[in-house]
Design a protein around this ligand. Structure first.
Ligand code: 3EB
Length: 348
């Protein structure tokens, strides 16, 4: 290994996503920890005594396995990561190629005249901090970003909180001079319980990903104004890395065809439609990598249910569509349209 370069090149193919319990995590060897970019707990931040590793929580409740954590790791032997640092509100850790970052902002702590203004300020400052950090660390390309905002469907100041979030997110992209369509990150935006902080985590890279849109769906950044004055800024999916070791990031995907929600009130049909949408993204991804590298069988899925009582129906539906050994984490979260009962994101 080179001792002069600040970090050993990670090799783009070595980015791993693992779901492990905090118990399993505690018994990992230091070689495993050496490559950990960041750890995400669901209900609450996991209790990890590794001060330098960014640890966060989405605050959404896990519906099955108790204390699973989402671990993002670079698995190249001998990889050297930055030691983990704080930049304003962001905690991050990075290799030459990849950066994981996380931040949480309590809206209540923001000086504003209204709830809507506090949420917008929190969102804009979060994104501003992220973009500033990435300019500094030379990982300018956001690949994937996860947004968890409390009470996502609640009305305030004459609009839904998700829509205020969308306005502020779009403003932050514009102010930083970033594109607001085309080369925008893959993303998820979900509701966390009232009183939670706005919680955002992300992966960024030195080299750009290849963005993917879904031919069955209107691009989110082209949604008509009836879904909000400012469109959501995200791509349906992206592929990052060299073809042999690339990773596919599928954004939060739901039962939307064109720009309309379909199968209102029918969680089973919504689940099926969502898997058809993910299938369409897999096809696009395979076209980009020039092989049949990606399939439903190889995905790690995160399934968000609005109503925990829908879990048996959704599990049974997915059991009919996915292999028995599929990696699926079920979480309770409000989805960003009131008529959506389920949303699924994936990594391949
Ligand atoms: C949709 O397709 C469902 O606002 O970042 C999915 C993924 C959704 C990301 C976001 C929203 C977002 O419009 C909602």
């Amino acid at each position: 290994m080179s001792t002069t370069a600040p970090f050993t090149a990670a090799g783009t193919g070595s980015l791993q996503l693992e779901y492990v319990s905090s118990h399993q995590m505690a018994s990992q060897p230091s070689a495993w920890w050496q490559g950990v970019l960041g750890v995400v707990g669901f209900d609450e931040p996991p209790n990890i005594d590794r001060a330098r590793i960014p640890v966060t929580a989405s605050m959404v409740r896990s519906l099955r396995a108790g204390d699973l954590c989402e671990v993002w790791r670079v698995a190249s032997p001998g990889v050297q990561l930055s030691s983990g640092s704080e930049h304003g509100k962001i905690r991050c850790r990075y290799s030459d190629d990849l950066l994981f970052g996380a931040l949480s902002i309590a809206e209540q702590a923001i000086d504003a005249r209204s709830e809507a203004e506090a949420l917008q300020r929190a969102t804009e400052s979060a994104y501003q901090e992220i973009f500033d950090l990435l300019d500094d660390t030379a990982h300018p390309h956001v690949i994937r970003i996860w947004n968890y905002l409390p009470n996502i469907n609640a009305q305030t100041g004459g609009d839904e909180r998700y829509r205020h979030f969308n306005s502020a997110r779009q403003m932050a992209f514009r102010k930083s001079g970033r594109a607001t369509m085309g080369t925008v990150p893959a993303a998820s935006a979900l509701g966390s319980p009232a009183g939670s902080p706005l919680s955002i985590y992300f992966l960024a890279a030195r080299r750009p990903p290849k963005m993917i849109e879904n031919p069955r769906q209107t691009s989110a950044y082209h949604y008509p104004p009836k879904f909000g004055r400012h469109s959501p800024i995200f791509s349906r999916a992206c592929v990052w890395g060299e073809s042999g070791g690339s990773r596919l990031f599928v954004s939060g995907t739901a039962s939307i065809v064109g720009h309309e929600t379909i199968h209102r009130g029918d969680v089973i049909a919504q689940t099926r439609e969502t898997i058809v949408n993910i299938g369409a993204l897999l096809e696009q991804a395979n076209r980009i990598v020039g092989s049949s590298r990606y399939s439903l069988d190889g995905l790690k899925l995160k399934v968000y249910l609005r109503h925990p009582s829908d879990l048996p129906d959704v599990e049974a539906t997915l059991a009919g569509l996915l292999p028995p050994a599929a990696s699926i984490v079920y979480l309770q979260a409000d989805v960003c349209r009131e008529d959506l009962l389920v949303e699924i994101e994936a990594v391949g």
